[in-house]
Design a protein around this ligand. Structure first.
Ligand code: IMP
Ligand code: MG
Length: 182
C-alpha cells in the first residue's frame, strides 16, 4: 500500500505499545541518572519530532537541568535523508563548558544527528552525549556513536509519539508503522 492520505484515516499498526515505550524510557532515564549524578546538564530537545519523548524523559531525570530546543528540518519531504538540515529554531543560551545531552527521535542514516553534533561541538560544551529513542541500524551511513538508544528497529516507516508522516500522526501514544509500497 503506498503512503497516501488514505493511510491517515486508518490507525497505524502498533510497533511499540505505550507500556513498553514508557518502561524503556524509565530504563534510559536510570542509565542517564547513573552517568550524570551530581552534574548540571543542558538537555536539548530536537524539534519537532522529539518533543513528546523529551517531555517524558526529562521528568525522570534527577540532576539539575536546563532545557533548550533546537529546531531542525530536512530540506525536502523525501524519506531518504541528505543529512543537510535547516535550523528552524536555534539555541539561545551558550553551551560553552556545559554538559550537554541531545535527545532525538530516530537515527536512520545518522547524517542528521552527525550534523547536529558537529555544529554543537563548535560551541565547545564540556561534554556532549546523545540519546535517541529509536535507531534503524540497517540505515546507518556514517560512523556515529549514540550513547543511549531506546529501541533498535527495522526499516519500517514509523509514526506517533511525536514522530510524523508529513506532519500528521504525532499525537499517537504509541510507535506505529506505515507500510509503504515500492
Ligand atoms: P537520518 O538523517 O537518516 O538519520 O534521519 C533522521 C531523521 O529522519 C529523523 O530525525 C526523522 O525526522 C526522520 N525519519 C527517519 N526515519 C523516519 C521514520 O520512520 N518516520 C518518520 N521520520 C523518520
Ligand atoms: Mg526528526
Amino acid at each position: 500500500m503506498p503512503m497516501s492520505e488514505e493511510n491517515l484515516n486508518n490507525h497505524p499498526k502498533v510497533l511499540i505499545p505505550e507500556v513498553k515505550l514508557q518502561a524503556r524510557i524509565t530504563e534510559l532515564a536510570q542509565e542517564i541518572n547513573h552517568d550524570f549524578q551530581g552534574k548540571e546538564v543542558t538537555a536539548i530537545c530536537i524539534l519537532k519530532s522529539s518533543f513528546i519523548f523529551f517531555s517524558d524523559i526529562i521528568r525522570k531525570l534527577e540532576f539539575p537541568l536546563t532545557c533548550e530546543f533546537l529546531g531542525v528540518s530536512g530540506y525536502s519531504s523525501k524519506i531518504v535523508s541528505s543529512g543537510e538540515v535547516k535550523i528552524t529554531l536555534d539555541i539561545n543560551d551558550p553551551l560553552e563548558n556545559r554538559n550537554v545531552i541531545i535527545f532525538d527521535d530516530i537515527v536512520d542514516s545518522g547524517l542528521t544527528l552527525a550534523y547536529i553534533m558537529n555544529s554543537l561541538r563548535a560551541r565547545r560544551p564540556a561534554l556532549i552525549k546523545s540519546c535517541s529513542l529509536l535507531m534503524k541500524p540497517e540505515g546507518l551511513k556514517t560512523q556515529i556513536e549514540i550513547d543511549y538508544v531506546g529501541f533498535k528497529i527495522g526499516k519500517e516507516f514509523v509514526v506517533g509519539y511525536g514522530i510524523d508522516f508529513s506532519e500528521n500522526l504525532r499525537g499517537l501514544p504509541y510507535i506505529g508503522y506505515i507500510e509503504h509500497g515500492h
